[in-house]
Design a protein around this ligand. Structure first.
Ligand code: CP
Ligand code: NVA
Length: 308
């Protein structure tokens, strides 16, 4: 049994195997309807609990559909509907749920909730996003890059904007998949020092560059995310927008990347804020492939967690 808590906590060889398995499962489903079962049904007779303490479109639907395609069943739970929201400890919740379900995916605020769930659950726990990281997203992103451009190893990835939870998981992936990461954004929103250090220690070149044009020059992949995350207070919105405006990904800025550079955004996006529609819908954008690959990557993650 394996938990999938963060990319840097998972063995690099196994991460590559998960991506390969995701691509194989995707290829095997070509031409099928979304609801059609896979040929093999590794989750037959298994129940997966999906807990959401924050909103979600992609994570909720892709996990649910993925489990069904592999022959399992799901229950989607909101934290507030459970006793979790009324003071029952995470540890007790984890022990109880382990008597009912085969796997738990949780999207929560504080990372400590995820870690406590993993510590006390007897079944695998998957991180479906915390305030600090979003590993399933970056597995889909690496898969998407490699599907379009081959190995990501040695490539220049540029993160523009807020050094947030998604950026953190990109730094973890830089360490494990051995690519270089340039962060461009305001100093107040720099990525966590600990994660920058972790990527550097693993041999990735991590550059912090305030000048967005310099940062994007020669990029193989340009990534951005919302300027106000779910865990950020709405009162910080105007201040964040003012700081982040120079880092909007528009056609002019994108023209400094390599001509075949890919553009990614985990979505949901605020069009004309962090990125323009011209870029999001332009020839370099793979945002909807990324969204689709959440499904395939997470199916492979669940199989790895359960060893099936
Ligand atoms: N990218 C992502 O995790 O989207 P949702 O918040 O819709 O799940
Ligand atoms: N950084 C965003 C990602 C959403 C998928 C957030 O945490 O709200």
């Amino acid at each position: 049994m394996n938990h999938f808590l963060d990319i840097h906590k998972t063995d690099a060889v196994e991460l590559h195997q998960i991506i390969n398995s995701a691509q194989q499962m995707k290829d095997a489903r070509a031409g099928r309807t979304r609801g059609a079962l896979d040929d093999d049904l590794p989750l037959k007779d298994r129940v997966v609990a999906l807990i959401f303490e924050k909103p979600s479109t992609r994570t909720r639907i892709s996990f649910d559909v993925g489990v069904r395609q592999m022959g399992g069943t799901t229950m989607v739970l909101s934290g507030t509907d459970m006793q979790l929201g009324h003071g029952e400890t995470i540890a007790d919740t984890a022990r109880v749920m382990s008597r009912y379900v085969d796997l738990i995916m949780i999207r929560t605020f504080d990372e400590s909730v995820l870690m406590e769930m993993a510590e006390y659950a007897d079944v695998p726990v998957i991180n479906g996003l915390t305030d600090r990281t979003h590993p399933c997203q970056i597995m889909a992103d690496v898969m998407t890059f490699e599907e379009h451009r081959g190995p990501i190893k040695g490539k220049k990835v540029v993160w523009s904007g807020d050094g947030n939870n998604v950026c953190s998981s990109f730094l973890h992936a830089a360490a494990q998949f051995q690519f270089d990461l340039t962060f461009t954004g305001p100093a107040q929103l720099d990525p966590e020092d600990e994660f920058v250090g972790l990527a550097r220690k693993a041999g990735s070149k991590v550059v912090i560059e305030r000048d967005a044009v310099k940062a994007l020059t020669g990029a193989d992949l340009v990534v951005t995310d919302t300027w106000v995350s779910m865990h950020d207070s709405q009162s910080s919105k105007e201040r964040r927008h003012n700081m982040l405006r120079p880092y909007q990904i528009n056609e002019e800025l994108m023209s400094h990347a390599k001509p075949d550079a890919l553009f990614m955004h985990c979505l949901p996006a605020h069009r004309e804020e962090e990125a323009t529609s011209a870029v999001m819908d332009g020839p370099n954008s793979v945002i909807f492939d990324e969204a689709e690959n959440r499904l395939h990557a997470q199916k492979a993650i669940m199989r790895w967690c359960l060893g099936v």
